[in-house]
Ligand binder design. Structure first.
Ligand code: SAM
Length: 215
């Protein structure tokens, strides 16, 4: 797999597009500039890799729109050394962005086919998160607490299990709403039993399945 001069140029343009849409977190933009998004596309669809759009990855799922990845990562406000949990591994693209920013990434995927595919693929391009196949709506309690938890599928409500798995000061970024559209929500755990919630714009994600999802 090649990351050519042309690919790097297209990626820089994409980063400028995301910046022009209001993402000014330079650490996030730098991380996104490092990960070759075209590696996540079949050869036939390469021209879609550097457009600011979601794209099908099979199994009825999508690789999120780059702007959305940037927005969620910005809200997560992670720093080197943090431990982060991602719900919805999908293609693995978001996990790679997180690995560019923090030391340890845990990622859970519900769909067995995608889980198998991405678990094999990411190490081949040099990214090594901890993978799990299962219901991420319940989190991954064995490795809690997390400094950041990002949910990349739309939830009907905020799963209590995920709040419980945040470190004090940790942030949970999750789209919450109907199956058509969801509001991005950031919950910060400010003390053992205290959480602060902030709401942002609307997005459209595939549904979060599982016990605390759409079942
Ligand atoms: N983060 C992904 C990426 O960078 O490609 C995009 C993920 S896609 C928008 C949402 C993913 O969430 C799908 O792969 C879907 O199978 C997964 N998903 C849905 N419900 C889940 C659950 N309860 N636990 C874990 N993964 C789930």
């Amino acid at each position: 797999m090649e990351d050519s001069y042309k690919h790097r140029g297209l990626r820089r343009k994409l980063i400028n597009t995301i910046r022009s849409k209001g993402i000014h977190d330079e650490a996030v933009l730098t991380a996104m500039n490092k990960v070759p998004r075209h590696f996540f596309f079949d050869n036939a669809f390469l021209e879609h890799a550097y457009q600011d759009k979601a794209f099908p990855i099979g199994q009825g799922q999508t690789i999120s729109q780059p702007y959305t990845v940037a927005f969620q990562t910005m809200l997560l406000a992670v720093k080197p050394g943090d431990k982060v949990l991602e719900i919805g591994t999908g293609s693995g693209y978001q996990a790679c962005i997180l690995l560019e920013l923090v030391a340890e990434v845990y990622t859970i995927e519900y769909n067995k086919v995608l889980y198998e595919k991405t678990r094999k693929f990411l190490p081949k391009i040099g990214y090594k998160p901890h993978f799990k196949h299962g219901d991420g709506s319940l989190g991954w309690p064995e490795h809690a607490p997390y400094d950041g938890i990002v949910v990349t599928a739309g939830a009907p409500a905020v799963p209590e299990a995920l709040k419980q798995q945040l470190a004090i000061g940790g942030r949970l970024v999750i789209p919450v709403g109907s199956t058509d559209r969801q509001r991005m929500v950031r919950i910060t755990r400010t003390a053992e039993n205290e959480y602060q919630t902030r709401e942002y714009d609307y997005f459209a994600f595939v549904p979060l399945l599982g016990k605390q999802g759409w079942k």
